[in-house]
Structure formats: structure tokens, C-alpha cells
Design a protein around this ligand. Structure first.
Ligand SMILES: [Zn+2]
Length: 86
């Protein structure tokens, strides 16, 4: 699905998708590429969240992910983990 040969003028990698994020710890605002985000999908929305490491302060941030966010993240190529919690 990924890695299709695109011939854009200067693009070495397929156009990166950036996600806006904010850190609750240092209140930094930044944009993260899809490989800097992780999405975890649990059995309910309580266990569904995305996480990233704040580039400003290094804090591991975890935020709940709604359906819309899941769609955005998966569509943007974010690595997805499926949690199997009994
Ligand atoms: Zn931070």
C-alpha cells in the first residue's frame, strides 16, 4: 500500500503528513510526522489513545483518540497497535 513511486520534483520521501499536537506538560505546540505518533486501539474508546514524545521537553504524552482522530492517524500512516484486553 505504501511506497508507490511518486515523481515529485524534490521529494525524497512521499509527502509527509503532519499532525498538530500540543504538550500538556510544557504547553508546547508543534507538528509531528506520522512516524512520531503511535496509535493504540483497544476494545473500547477508553483504551483507545494516541501517544507521542514531546519534542520540547521529552515528556511521553498520551491522549484519548476519538473516531475522527483514529481515521486521521491511520489515514496518515501512523503505526497502529491493537490492544487485546479481556
Ligand atoms: Zn512538552
Amino acid at each position: 500500500m505504501t511506497g508507490a513511486g511518486t515523481s515529485m520534483m524534490t521529494a525524497r520521501t512521499p509527502s509527509p503528513v503532519l499532525f498538530k499536537a500540543a504538550c500538556p506538560d510544557c504547553r508546547g505546540r508543534f507538528e509531528l510526522a506520522s512516524q512520531e505518533l503511535r496509535l493504540a486501539i483497544g476494545r473500547s474508546h477508553r483504551t483507545t489513545f494516541y501517544s507521542f514524545t514531546c519534542p520540547e521537553c521529552g515528556q511521553a504524552v498520551r491522549k484519548p483518540a476519538g473516531e475522527r482522530i483514529i481515521e486521521l492517524l491511520t489515514g496518515g500512516g501512523v503505526r497502529t497497535m491493537r490492544l487485546h484486553i479481556c
